[in-house]
Design a protein around this ligand. Structure first.
Ligand code: F6R
Length: 241
């Protein structure tokens, strides 16, 4: 596992964008994209490189990690919309090349199985961007999740609903269910790129990297993977040994 500690969020973004750019330039690539606040500066850096340095995503495709159940795709906080407004619509990544679970599927369990199969039939993910929840989740795999789980319908932890309330008018509007790639699904990506910024992630990051591998801290499955890059700012890395 490679751990890069950067002085500022801006340096984290450059460092993470460097990793992604090397894949994107190498040929057809399948990216795994996270939403949430953490990767936004990285996506902005990639957008800048697209505009100013000719970085092309024309040969890339992407799978999102997760989606809220019950939000229409047109809802501004659906991850379908968020990844487009934060990243996809600003680069030459074809809209149809970006897949995510359908949060409004009539049968979410069936949709989870369809999504799992879609990732597999695409040949899997080459490089998966991950953020980490303050409770140690990755994707929406909350504490207690089986370490080998596949894409499934899950319940958001109250901590996660509280953390994500900032994106909604009130906590009551934060969905309670999600469809998320499972921990086993995420572990099949060939390279995991975890980005962590801010002091609120320090405990979770330390537990993930230095604690036991346990479903109490889903991100601890990173320790089971042979190609992991962690890029953190000083605040998020403050509890690392
Ligand atoms: C988002 C996702 C989540 C977030 C995590 C951190 O697609 O899967 O695991 O990465 O909740 O969120 P932020 O970056 O908003 O702190």
């Amino acid at each position: 596992m490679e751990i890069r500690i950067e002085a500022h969020v801006a340096h984290v973004a450059v460092s993470a964008a460097d990793v992604l750019e090397s894949y994107v330039r190498s040929g057809p690539v399948t990216l795994g994209l996270a939403t949430g606040s953490t990767p936004v500066p990285t996506y902005r850096e990639l957008i800048r490189r697209h505009r100013e340095e000719g970085l092309s995503f024309a040969r890339s495709r992407a799978f999102l990690l997760d989606e809220y159940v019950g939000l229409a795709r047109s809802h501004p906080e659906s991850y379908y919309s968020v990844i487009r407004s934060e990243f996809v619509s600003h680069v030459d990544l074809a809209d149809t090349a970006v897949q995510s679970p359908a949060g409004q599927a009539a049968d979410p369990e069936q949709e989870a199985a369809r999504y799992e199969a879609a990732i597999r039939s695409a040949g899997g993910v080459d490089v998966q961007v991950l953020g980490i929840g303050s409770n140690g989740h990755i994707g929406f795999n909350e504490p207690g999740e089986h370490l080998d789980s596949r894409t499934h319908v899950g319940l958001l932890a109250e901590q996660t609903r509280t953390d994500n309330a900032r994106f909604f008018e009130s906590i009551d509007d934060v969905p309670r269910r999600c469809i998320t790639q499972g921990l086993g699904t995420i572990r099949e990506a060939r390279h995991l790129l975890l980005i962590a910024t801010g002091a609120a992630k320090a405990d979770a990051l330390a537990a993930a990297l230095h604690g036991p591998v346990t479903s109490d801290c889903p991100a601890s499955v990173l320790q089971l993977h042979d190609h992991v890059t962690v890029i953190a700012d000083k605040a998020a890395a403050s509890r690392l040994q």
